[in-house]
Write a protein that binds this ligand. Structure first.
Ligand code: XMP
Length: 553
């Protein structure tokens, strides 16, 4: 699962095999399969394919020609990988796949594998190439050579690099290099460390690139991917979120029929979009349950109720459980103990609430594609049904409805906007399930929560005014469990320090502290001290992850 959506209430929730419940989920007819050769490469490629408006799925490299033929994909992309094709046990591909007539694009390791498996030569070692590299088009795919003087290669039918500059920057990351293309292939580009940087066989419909078109450091990378998908493989580019919504609505209706469904809302993007989508499909047959722990950010509870009940017209059970949570948290200071207490109580409150919808047979979950592909690979046997509503136990007797199971986060946001959810919800930053409970160091009390909510609101407001909220992954205030001496007016004060934490990140696995301009920090600091009684000092956390974590507890 992805680091961002770690069990929302922080309790350890066992994932379970997908076939434990029937899950209907929309997948379009036209699919591109991204064969995963390891590391994190395949997910990025799959996202770029979707950006080209073609639906993609990640499959393990152990997939057989027969399985591929069964899926009848519009194209296949072989990902990069960390191994050398020469080491023992290096992942390879069922050679029968090359004979299926399905267009194939190999990237980096994928390209080397094509060369090796089809009779070319991959030289071991050498100095390799890492980082930005200039690549030259040496030959048109269909014959003749590109003029080194021309700024664009002449267009030929079937050339992967048609329309691209003769010399261009690409991102390389390889040790071995293809030195000889297999018979029937043409080598159409090279770089200093990659004599065969691009290989093409339009007859067999197989192409390979040594560079990484999926990373932003390759300026024409997306062009190459789109040229392959749209022009060479003939994909129709119909994967849009508007189409997705229409299809998903039909699928949800088919699954739920006249049944009743419930959905736990956490205030986060995923459950919000899942609820709105299911509501569009089955209307009043859906009831949402919002467990208000009292540990959310300022005004967030009201915003959830306002958005879903009033604007979306969804039937909503609002469980005001703050008192129960504070009572349960009294005296607890250990972070993991807090998580456990919050997680357990959350389940109890949810179960009490769902009693109000006794006939519900379906549970809506906001599971996303990265939750499904564990460690980057969708091995059929390891597909999990990740519970990200609120750490709900496995023995809840429901059939799952997981309409976002095929989507990446950016697609979920686009669906949310498509469904008319407000930007504040669609662009909400990740928020831990235990909420402010893990941002108050030491014992959690209602007073401390109120104080932290005010300080946190200032942080978020000022970053919004500075136009920085989208570039920052998470920004928030932390209340320390110490007091410090200060002076305000003529008086000595003895108050709490607030720590401001703001990080940039791609996936929460690693993070860097955000370079917020001093002026913005200054405004945040003086506003918090002036507006939040009991706080007399503001510190900015400049720790990256690792060695720090994003949260303080
Ligand atoms: P850390 O602090 O481990 O956080 O760097 C990584 C990401 O996970 C979020 N987080 C949690 N999410 N339950 C959650 O649902 C939790 O107990 C929890 N703890 C941390 C954190 O906000 C960040 O996005």
């Amino acid at each position: 699962m992805s680091g961002t959506e770690r069990d929302p209430v922080g309790s350890a929730v066992d994932a379970e095999p997908a076939d434990a419940h029937v899950v209907s989920v929309h997948t379009p007819d036209e699919v591109v399969l991204v064969v995963d050769f390891g590391a994190q490469y395949a997910q990025l490629i799959a996202r770029r394919v979707r950006e080209a408006r073609v639906y993609s799925e990640i499959v393990p490299h152990t997939i057989t020609a027969e399985e591929i033929a069964g899926r009848a994909p519009a194209a296949i992309i072989l990902s990069g990988g960390p191994k050398s094709v020469h080491v023992e046990g290096a992942p390879d591909l069922d050679p029968g796949i090359y004979d299926l007539g399905i267009p194939i694009l190999g990237i980096c390791y994928g390209s080397q594998l094509i060369a090796q498996q089809l009779g070319g030569t991959v030289a071991r070692g050498g100095s390799g190439e890492y980082g930005r590299t200039v690549m030259h088009i040496t030959q048109e795919a269909a014959g003749g050579s590109a003029s080194p003087d021309s700024s664009a290669a002449p267009a030929t039918a079937g050339g992967l690099l048609d329309g691209l500059p003769s010399n261009q920057t690409v991102w390389m990351s390889h040790f071995d290099a293809i030195t000889e293309a297999p018979e029937g292939f043409r080598a159409t580009a090279s770089s200093d460390g990659a004599p065969v940087a691009v290989l093409e066989d339009p007859q067999r419909r197989i192409w390979g690139v040594q560079f990484h078109p999926e990373v932003h450091h390759t300026p024409h990378g997306q062009d190459v991917i789109e040229r392959f998908l749209h022009d060479l493989a003939g994909c129709s580019a119909e994967w849009t979120m508007a189409n997705f919504v229409d299809d998903a609505v039909a699928d949800i209706r088919a699954q739920v029929g006249a049944g009743r469904a419930i959905c736990g809302l956490s205030g986060g993007v995923d459950s919000a979009v899942a609820a709105a989508l299911v509501h569009r499909a089955i209307g009043a047959q859906l009831t949402c349950v919002f467990v208000d722990t009292g540990l959310m950010r300022k005004d967030e509870g009201e915003q959830v109720v306002e958005t879903f009940r009033r604007h979306q017209g969804i039937e909503l059970i609002h469980e005001r459980a703050a008192d129960r949570f504070f009572e349960r948290l009294a005296g607890i200071t250990d972070p993991e103990e807090k998580r456990k207490a919050i997680g357990e109580l959350f389940i109890r409150v949810f179960e009490d609430a769902k009693g109000g919808v006794a006939d519900a047979a379906y549970l809506v979950q906001g599971t996303l594609y990265p939750d499904v592909i564990e460690s980057g690979t969708a091995h059929a046997s390891t597909i999990k049904s990740h519970h990200n509503v609120g750490g709900l136990p496995d023995d809840l007797d429901f059939e799952l409805v997981e309409p976002l199971r095929t989507l990446f986060k950016d697609e979920v946001r686009a669906v949310g906007l498509e469904l008319g959810l407000p930007e504040e919800i669609v662009w909400r930053q990740p928020f831990p399930g235990p909420g402010l409970g893990v941002r108050i160091i030491g014992e959690v009390t209602p007073d401390k929560v109120a104080l932290l909510q005010e300080a946190d609101a200032v942080v978020r407001e000022e970053l919004h005014i500075a136009g920085m909220d989208r570039e920052i992954w998470q920004a928030f205030a932390v209340l320390a469990d110490i007091r410090t001496v200060g002076v305000q007016g003529d008086e000595r004060t003895y108050g709490y320090p607030i720590i401001v934490r703001a990080v940039t990140s791609e996936d929460a696995m690693t993070a860097d502290w955000a370079r917020i301009p001093y002026e913005v920090l200054e405004t945040i600091s003086s506003r918090i001290i002036n507006e939040v009684p009991g706080v007399n000092r503001v510190a900015y956390d400049i720790t990256s992850k690792p060695p720090g974590t994003i949260e303080w507890e």
